[in-house]
Design a protein around this ligand. Structure first.
Ligand SMILES: Cc1ncc(COP(=O)(O)O)c(C=O)c1O
Length: 502
């Protein structure tokens, strides 16, 4: 720890980084009943903390090493940190990015003078190519997290927080990808004020560090969720695992909806738009406060990045209220008789309706999709009760992906010709051409009877498919689904399907 304390105190970051502000988040403080501070790393010159570690590593290279040039692989913030540092130090940076990298990100690196090399479909392929280039040209490899100088550079954030807030702090919340940021921050905090808790935040579908600390060695994940791209790491580093295991007090896992809600919280507080990884600390903090019933404490969340693709905002805005449990979604069954639709509207009272879809059903009953703005989830049972008091049956759909992702955007309704239909929800990494690739893999001998896809600017494409499969073909069909290699959920027995689509 002493070694890291010295490294952090001696780190060279301020040639390129600013001492970012530690801002009081007044609205979040009131809502959470704690004093919440945001460490604004989104305000760094390249809109993330990554330049601290990259610069500290590169500023320590010899003249001869700098003359050879550096290489790294990254699809995002590390690339910009390395390119900016190289420009400052007058060296050439070769940055290998997957061919699927959005132009916005490769353009940012080009604008900083980096030599962009597009290679491979994934981060791992880009990484392998960067290692080959290192061997071939004797470049210096700048690791995104598993390097003591990179870790020490990120640790300067911990140093600044303790200088900026000298009164008691209960906990600091930190997003984890490969673990460089939390290793640096925890090394400083635990050396100087060990009473402060350091809490790591990971995505539920990208939790390599949590799994690795439990196992005691780096676990390699087969797949990682891409929504929070800055933290989508399949395998953490040896050194970051060692430091995190020794120093981090606790971990929280958050989901996409919670991160969207946190992006909205940060926007309301600061008018900045954080990228998903940048808002994970806030999502983790909210969850931790609720789970541990914490009041009147001082909490710090590091808002570590704001390189958000603009076209993702639609998805984020749509999911934010659901994630914050500010929107309830119901399927309400009403008798198909005169006045019952009006009665349903009256039962909603003064509540703000976010969505209302009704279509005359059969002669007996109709199903209505109703979205309502709520303060929190505790209101949901109350609403269900007021509906059933009037003779309506309400199905709570807040956790139903079929309803949230597809049903509310679909046209077509029910079909009398949907015999033998099975309903599946698929997810696949969203890339140019991915939808066509998916379609071309569908078996030609089964009839597609329902299809819904909507590009939401998220990293996963979501498709709902109805396929008519005769009973005798079911076993072969299930085998075929297994060979597609996409995440798949059978929704055939979902009551939403029965009520609105079949
Ligand atoms: C915005 C953002 N947050 C968090 C992380 C994760 O940092 P680390 O890999 O050091 O854990 C990254 C990594 O690039 C990032 O860009």
């Amino acid at each position: 720890m002493l070694d890291y304390l010295q490294r952090i105190l001696n780190a060279r970051v301020y040639d390129v980084a600013i001492e970012s502000p530690l801002d009081l988040a007044a609205k979040l403080s009131t809502r959470l009943g704690n004093q919440v501070w945001l460490k604004r790393e989104d305000m760094q010159p390249v809109h993330s903390f990554k330049l601290r570690g990259a610069y500290n590593k590169m500023a320590r290279l010899s003249k001869e090493e700098l003359a050879r040039g550096v290489v790294c692989s990254s699809a995002g913030n590390h690339a910009q940190g390395v390119a900016l540092s190289a420009r400052e130090l007058g060296c050439q940076a070769h940055i290998v990015m997957p061919v699927t990298t959005p132009e916005l990100k490769s353009d940012a690196v080009l604008a900083l003078g980096g030599n962009v090399i597009l290679h491979g479909d994934s981060y791992s392929e880009a990484y392998t190519h960067a290692m080959e280039l290192q061997e071939r040209h004797q470049y210096v490899f700048v690791h995104p997290f598993d390097d003591p100088d990179v870790i020490a550079g990120q640790g300067t954030i911990g140093m600044e927080i303790l200088r900026q807030h000298q009164r008691p702090i209960h906990a600091v919340f930190v997003a984890i990808g490969g673990g460089g940021l939390i290793s640096g921050v925890a090394s400083y905090v635990k050396a100087v004020r060990p009473d402060i808790k350091v809490i790591g935040v990971q995505m539920v579908d990208s939790d390599a560090m949590i799994q690795s600390t439990q196992a005691g060695y780096p676990i390699e994940l087969k797949e990682v969720g891409l929504f929070s791209d800055g933290t989508a790491v399949k395998m953490v580093g040896k050194e970051t695992l060692r430091l995190t295991s020794a120093l981090v007090d606790d971990f929280v896992k958050v989901d996409t909806d919670a991160v969207c809600a946190a992006i909205k919280d940060a926007f309301e507080e600061t008018r900045s738009i954080l990228e998903p990884s940048g808002a994970m600390s806030i999502a983790g903090m909210k969850q931790y406060v609720a789970e541990h019933d914490i009041h009147d404490e001082v909490l710090v969340a590091i808002t570590c990045g704001a390189n958000m693709n603009f076209d993702r905002l639609r998805f984020v805005a749509e999911r934010a209220d659901v994630g914050d449990e500010r929107e309830a979604l119901f399927a309400v069954t009403i008798p198909e008789e005169r006045g019952s639709f009006k009665l349903l509207c009256e039962t909603m009272g003064q509540r703000s309706v976010t969505e209302f879809s009704y279509r005359l059903g059969d002669e007996r009953e109709a199903h209505v999709l109703v979205g309502l703005a709520i303060r929190d989830r505790s209101e949901v049972p109350e609403i269900s009760e007021s509906l059933s008091a009037k003779g309506f049956v309400a199905l709570d759909l807040v956790d139903d992906e079929l309803a949230k992702q597809h049903l509310r955007y679909m046209v077509g309704g029910r079909s009398g010709a949907s015999g033998n239909e099975r309903l599946y929800r698929f997810e696949f990494p969203e890339r140019p051409g991915a939808l066509m690739r998916f379609l071309s893999q569908m078996h030609p001998s089964w009839n597609i009877s329902l299809f819904h896809y909507r590009n939401q600017g998220a990293d996963y494409g979501r498709i709902l498919v109805g396929i008519q499969v005769p009973d005798e073909d079911l076993a072969v069909f299930r085998e075929f689904i297994g060979t597609l290699g996409y995440r798949c959920t059978d929704e055939t027995d979902n009551p939403v399907y029965d009520r609105f689509l079949r």
